[in-house]
Design a protein around this ligand. Structure first.
Ligand code: NAP
Length: 475
């Protein structure tokens, strides 16, 4: 365990402030202190909004925004080890996965820079209707205004990047509230933006009590858009209270994947073993429900279980570790209870099912009924179910039988089956012959149903963060 103790300040209006109180960040693995950040509240949040509003009075041209974004991508590359280590220390994310996240952060900034440069409106074909004759009209994309951003613990760098890099590309200043468990990566990113030449007030960060900071972000009318990634209960609650703002929600999932009899079972077993347990299942699109065509059920399980059992469980700082801790003891206890509920209901635990030295073992559960929490809730832990099905109709119905709709996947050798799954699975994204945990940062990423109401990925987020301004000229 190699933990670095870091102390950070909060950037508000170009100053790096302290507040007299601190939030202490502990390793989810060892409990050791890994850093501390000043604790902000309502007054710092109001100051942050003042600063963001003031910054936007002097717009930054697109080429400067793009240059800053490109420089941040470069800095993320040069400081890769430090960035990955910070993610790993505060989130308990294994270094393997933390390195992937740090590299994806570069990709997010690079794509945001592209979007900054190509942000444009369109010419409206005015003579397409009689009243338009003799008029010239065009639209421009105008920044929506100050963006309030709230991010979760599980991707403490790259999900912050999706919000703040896209906002800068759109020309919006930001007030960011990172998760209290993981503010260090967000503040490191803020330092890199500062080093890359971001002027004062464009990015302000407030860490602290979520209710107090959230209330100010909801109530202050100068915050024109709230972008939230996290749990449904909090997200939908914010949206209800912020009736006059645009509220973008990226929420949870109970990710299903269908394995058809014609799939390459070795490939499927390898991909699903990696993607059901990476970061201990704490990704919103971690594979949770596997539905296997009955003719190949046993053959799949035979291939899958040894791969799951081969995953290295241990210290996230170790470069060999695949599965580390879940974020805290409450999460661990809840997940163990969900496993127990499944056992009591007659489901079979094929491997795992317990914790050793505070770490949950990767767990696979067979014959889990749809109403069990491990089937219909979001486990957010290293647990997946494997159930058999007969027809593709049945598999699609099982996969869709959830209030969630973020991503789903299918493995099949048949093109028509793949196309049908793409049409019938009620999710924001469908992967074919790839685990539904797959995400590249330029993709439109987001959910339907309880999983959200928007798409993230710089191109799509920039569209949300800008508005059409129409100009009509009589000629
Ligand atoms: P969470 O408990 O909802 O917290 C997310 C953020 O909301 C944190 O910054 C939290 O602050 C803040 N928050 C909590 N209560 C608030 C309130 N009343 N007002 C304003 N902000 C409030 O979620 P989490 O446990 O960090 O993250 C896990 C969830 O995120 C899972 O459901 C996962 O599926 C989802 N997720 C979705 C995506 C996606 O792209 N769709 C990606 C990643 C994660 P504090 O930390 O200070 O409490």
């Amino acid at each position: 365990m190699a933990v670095t103790v870091t102390e950070k300040r909060l950037p508000i209006g170009g100053k790096w402030i302290e507040t007299g109180e601190w939030i202490v960040i502990r390793s989810p693995y060892s409990g050791e202190v890994v850093g501390r950040v000043p604790k902000a509240g309502a007054s710092e949040t109001r100051r942050a909004i003042d600063a963001a509003e003031a910054a936007m009075r002097e717009p930054l041209p697109a080429h400067r925004r793009a240059e800053i974004l490109v420089r941040v991508a470069g800095l993320l590359g040069r400081r890769h080890d430090e960035v990955a280590r910070t993610i790993s220390d505060e989130a308990g994310k294994p270094m393997k996965a933390a390195r992937v996240e740090a590299a994806r952060g570069m990709s997010t900034y690079t794509m945001a820079a592209v979007e900054a440069r190509r942000l444009a409106g369109e010419v409206v074909p005015m003579d397409a209707s009689q009243p338009g004759e003799g008029k010239l009209a065009f639209t421009s994309r105008i920044p929506i205004g100050v963006v309030g951003a709230i991010s979760p613990f599980n991707f403490p760098l790259n999900l912050v990047a999706h919000k703040i890099a896209s906002a800068l590309a759109a020309g919006c200043a930001v007030v960011l509230k990172p998760a209290s468990q993981t503010p260090l990566s967000a503040l490191l990113l803020a330092e890199l933006e500062h080093e890359a030449g971001l002027p004062a007030g464009w990015l302000n960060v407030v860490a602290g009590p979520s209710g107090e900071i959230g209330d100010v972000l909801v109530e202050d009318e100068r915050v024109r858009l709230l972008t939230f990634t996290g749990s449904g209960a909090v997200g939908w609650g914010l949206r209800e209270r912020a009736a006059r703002k645009k509220v973008l929600l990226e929420l949870g999932n109970a990710t299903p994947v269908i394995v058809e009899a014609d799939a390459d079972l070795d490939d499927v077993a390898a991909k699903l073993a990696a993607h059901a347990f990476s970061f201990a299942g704490q990704s919103c699109i971690s594979v949770q429900r596997i539905y296997v065509q009955r003719d190949v059920y046993d053959a799949f399980v035979e291939r899958f279980i040894p791969r799951v059992e081969a995953l290295v469980v241990g210290d996230p700082a170790d470069e060999e570790t695949d599965v580390g801790p879940v974020i805290d003891e409450d999460a661990r206890e809840r997940i163990l209870e969900w496993i127990e509920e499944a056992r009591r209901a007659g489901a079979r635990v094929l491997t795992g099912g317990d914790a050793a030295d505070g770490l949950l073992r990767p767990t696979v559960i067979a014959d889990a009924a749809p109403e069990l929490k491990v089937s219909c809730g979001e486990v957010f832990g290293p647990v997946c179910t494997v159930n058999g099905y007969g027809s593709l109709d049945e598999a699609v119905a099982l996969a869709n039988g959830t209030r969630y709709g973020l991503q789903a996947g299918i493995f099949t050798a048949r093109l028509d089956t793949a196309v049908r799954a793409g049409r019938e699975l009620e999710f924001g994204g469908v992967t074919v012959n790839e685990a539904p945990t797959f995400r590249a940062d330029q993709m439109p990423y987001g959910g339907v149903k309880d999983s959200g109401n928007t798409r993230e990925g710089p191109h799509y987020a920039v569209r949300e963060m800008t508005e059409d301004r129409l100009v009509v000229i009589a000629t």
